[in-house]
Design a protein around this ligand. Structure first.
Ligand code: ADP
Length: 299
């Protein structure tokens, strides 16, 4: 199965004609609530595609947490390791979207900050019994580092989605198989722009040069490039009508993890994940747009 450790958030999406300036009030917003957080989104994506998924995360004691956990269960995720943290608020993201499609996001990590290295150690057996560990960077770094180490010691494959990006220590990079980044995150790591398929075909082997055992760079409508043992290959995404690209990266990562856990090789798994990512952009929202196997096969 797949073991996901990471963030779980309540997303508050406010559609507004224009954003208020300092000291100003705007009164015509439309609010919609969506379950979010990269960890939770990726868990849901993998589970909907048929993987057995366990999620390790933390919610607050504020009433927002319980519905988020219930939502994960409804998507087929084992949420038995999610605990409620006294005195913390559940992670929340406040997203204002203007008619030009531009969004501005404020995140309050809340209880996500309370997922600590001992919590990962307590889950050691579950991690060891899983085929793939998936993590992102919306929880404390030390917790991610510990998870990567615990998984590696147990022989569990590690997929790290380095979002948001930061300078990764070399010892950690050497345990990633694969490191998954988008163009911006790849550019951050390499200190140079990474653009388009040609740019990614050059950049992905450079990520192996930094130490990663394998690397995947997602390219939006252009699909993804992966590098393994010094060679790099491109997987194109099917052409779709993009309605909302929120969560495409999470659908991609969840699908990739599900296929790797099913025993597929990286190239095959990437070819599947680009279709899952494409399917996710054809509908609104992050988790609301996640595809089933039938939808992915249909692309
Ligand atoms: P992120 O949202 O993390 O920046 P990307 O934008 O690279 O990630 O998207 C992840 C994956 O979703 C891509 O590899 C691709 O498969 C799919 N995808 C994203 N945008 C589109 C699009 N406009 N058309 C088709 N597929 C897309």
């Amino acid at each position: 199965g797949v073991f996901v450790m990471g963030s779980i958030n309540q997303d508050f999406v406010l559609r507004v004609e224009r954003r208020p300036g300092p000291g100003e009030t705007v009164t015509d917003a439309e609010l919609s609530l969506h379950p979010g957080g990269k960890g939770a989104n990726q868990s849901a994506a993998a589970a909907l595609l048929g993987a057995e998924v366990a999620f390790l995360g933390r919610v607050g004691d504020d009433g927002l947490g319980e519905p988020l956990v219930r939502n994960l269960r409804e998507k087929g995720v084992d949420a038995g390791l999610v605990e409620r943290v006294a005195g913390r608020s559940t992670g929340a993201a406040f997203i204002t979207v203007t008619p030009d499609g531009e969004n501005a996001i404020t995140v309050a990590p809340g209880a996500n900050r309370a997922l600590l290295p001992p919590d990962v150690e307590a889950a050691r057996e579950r991690i060891a019994a899983s085929r793939v560990l998936v993590a992102q960077m919306e929880i404390p770094r030390e917790t991610v580092f510990r998870g990567v180490e615990v998984a590696s010691e147990a022989g569990t494959r590690v997929l790290l989605n380095l979002a948001p990006p930061f300078e990764v220590p070399g010892e950690l990079l050497g345990l990633l198989d694969p490191l998954v980044v988008n163009e911006h995150e790849a550019a951050f790591l390499l200190g140079e722009p990474v653009e388009g398929v040609e740019g990614a075909l050059a950049a992905a082997p450079e990520l192996l040069g930094l130490g990663a055992r394998s690397a995947v760079i997602t390219l939006g409508p252009a699909g993804a490039v992966f590098a393994l043992e010094g060679r790099a290959e491109h997987a194109s995404a099917p052409r779709v009508r993009a309605v909302d690209t929120t969560g495409a990266g999470d659908a991609f990562v969840g699908a990739l993890a599900a296929r790797l856990a099913a025993g597929e090789a990286l190239g095959e798994a990437v070819a599947y994940a680009v279709r899952a990512g494409a399917a996710a952009v054809t509908r609104e929202g992050a988790q609301g747009a996640l595809p089933t196997p039938e939808v992915v096969e249909g692309l």
